[in-house]
Ligand binder design. Structure first.
Ligand code: GLU
Length: 490
């Protein structure tokens, strides 16, 4: 039996986005499930658009999601002689020819075809150029491309795991470019994506090509090249595209987010991202939704990949993330939560109290970026003071709540001085006393105190705030607010 060999072949022209990371994951899961080999190949032959900083970022992001390659990374820019050799082979077999049509000429012809409602395919005119015409074009300074002759007449069939057998009419396909002059001016030819993909898939013994549906129309060209180069064509699996929640193409907002944004900025767990991405275009037979990483490898079956477009829904991703958060062992959860807070510049003064709150929040939060706000009141008094300066520097909700609750705050301040307790007891005693002293109730009573102690109008339970801040700090904060209000309120 053929052992499975698959590859993820990103072009390093940008960061890894949801769409391409899903392709990587499907390849990886398929390889693991089939006990095959997963290869990473960086397709960097486009010297104008490729950048090593993106290759590095892609490799880092795959590591972040624990999508580990068994082979590679191979860099196509280091394999140029293999493509050159393939080209020479095709040239000897007279399967290719030089094309001197300029970009402008091709564009003008495409425009014309569109107006005449003809398919905009290349008309193969350079197939029959005479030597003299070639010399003339060269003398005009035109650097030719190399085109592969599409000579078959019968339909080209590809086998696709997701779509079944797909048939393409070669009559709609013009001869296509497989080598082009190096745009950076060096006097050499570089392979186009079609040639380098087929040479590498062939040489690397790739058995299954799993990639986005946007490549489906390239596959008949690839089948022809595989045949011409003497390779057996792989089985294909073209994954349906990912759309936004309303069925529109994935928006700039989500489409442009890189993996590290999801993890480091928004605070998603890598295993939750993997879990969610696996469900984008695939569903297990039993419709289960939450999977650990190993479980996914066991159950993933490419044959259950769906044909219709997958919909990216942030709410679902958040829900899956919260499920993974709940399942994390305490210590692991705490380490990651603290790392996130640290990355966001939130320093926690009273670590023991913070641990306690973090543990309480484990079952409530959806992702780590909810933590800094919940935690800001725990920060050093210095940060707290800065926050107050901001609040009193310009009017906003918190400012208004404080000002209108001045009476409550002043009473709370004097009650607190009489009380001699802390934590939950302090909270209960304070409000029991306050209810006797002031007429305000409900929100009007609780909001000003929350705003004074945390600088926010929402967040964790107020009782928890009393557990976290010791009595001296609570009194100090009320002191400060009242002082500030004397100065700021007319
Ligand atoms: N380098 C191509 C891309 O990034 C992938 C080609 C393929 O998977 O065949 O779109």
């Amino acid at each position: 039996m053929n052992t499975v060999r698959v590859r993820f072949a990103p072009s390093p022209t940008g960061l890894l986005h949801i769409g391409n990371v899903r392709t990587a994951l499907f390849n990886y899961l398929f390889a693991r499930h089939e006990q095959g080999t997963f290869i990473l190949r960086i397709e960097d032959t486009d010297t104008e658009r490729s950048d090593p900083k993106y290759s590095d970022a892609i490799i880092r992001d795959l590591q972040l999601l624990e999508i580990r390659s068994d082979e590679g990374p191979y860099y196509q820019s280091q394999r140029l002689e293999l493509y050159q050799e393939a080209f020479e082979r095709l040239e000897k077999q007279e399967r290719v020819y030089f094309c001197y049509c300029t970009r402008e000429e091709l564009e003008a012809r495409r425009r014309e075809a569109r107006t005449m409602k003809r398919p905009p395919r290349y008309d193969n005119r350079c197939r029959i150029l005479s030597d003299q015409e070639r010399r003339q074009r060269t003398a005009q300074g035109i650097r030719p491309t190399v085109r592969f002759k599409v000579e078959v007449k019968e339909p080209i069939l590809i086998q696709d795991v997701i779509r079944g057998e797909v048939s393409f009419d070669p009559g709609e396909m013009g001869d296509f470019v497989i080598m082009r002059p190096d745009p950076q001016g060096k006097d050499r030819l570089l392979p186009t994506f079609h040639l380098s993909v087929c040479v590498d898939d062939g040489l690397m013994g790739i058995t299954h090509v799993i990639r986005g549906e946007d490549h489906l129309s390239n596959s008949p060209r690839h089948v022809l090249l595989f045949q011409a180069l003497g390779f057996r064509a792989p089985v294909f699996a073209h994954l349906s595209l990912i759309h936004g929640p309303g069925g529109e193409p994935l928006s700039k907002r989500y489409g442009a987010l890189s993996v590290s944004d999801f993890v480091h900025e928004q605070g998603y767990l890598p295993e939750a991202i993997r879990n969610y991405l696996a469900l984008l275009g695939w569903s297990p037979k039993d419709n289960r939704e939450v999977f650990g990483s190993r479980e996914l490898e066991e159950v993933f079956d490419l044959r259950n990949a769906t044909r219709h477009p997958a919909i990216f829904a942030e709410q679902k991703l958040m829900w899956i993330n919260s499920e993974h958060l709940k399942r994390l062992p305490e210590e692991d959860y705490l380490t990651r939560a603290f790392d996130f807070l640290q990355r966001k510049g939130v320093s926690v003064e009273d670590k023991d109290a913070a641990l306690e709150v973090l543990l309480r929040l484990q079952k409530d939060i959806h992702r780590f970026d909810e933590l800094p706000q919940l935690f800001s009141f725990l920060c050093s008094e210095q940060i707290y003071e800065k926050k107050l300066e901001e609040i009193f520097g310009s009017r906003g909700e918190v400012h208004d709540v404080l000002v209108s609750g001045r009476n409550v705050l002043a009473s709370a301040h004097s009650v607190l001085k009489r009380l001699n307790s802390s934590g939950e007891t302090l909270f209960e005693e304070l409000f029991r006393e306050l209810k006797k002293e002031v007429s305000e109730k409900g929100k009007k009573l609780y909001f000003p105190i929350r705003a004074a102690l945390t600088g926010e109008t929402c967040g964790m339970e107020l009782k928890q705030v009393f557990v976290l801040l010791d009595t001296t700090r609570i009194v100090k904060r009320l002191d400060m607010i009242l002082r500030l209000m004397k100065g700021s309120v007319p």
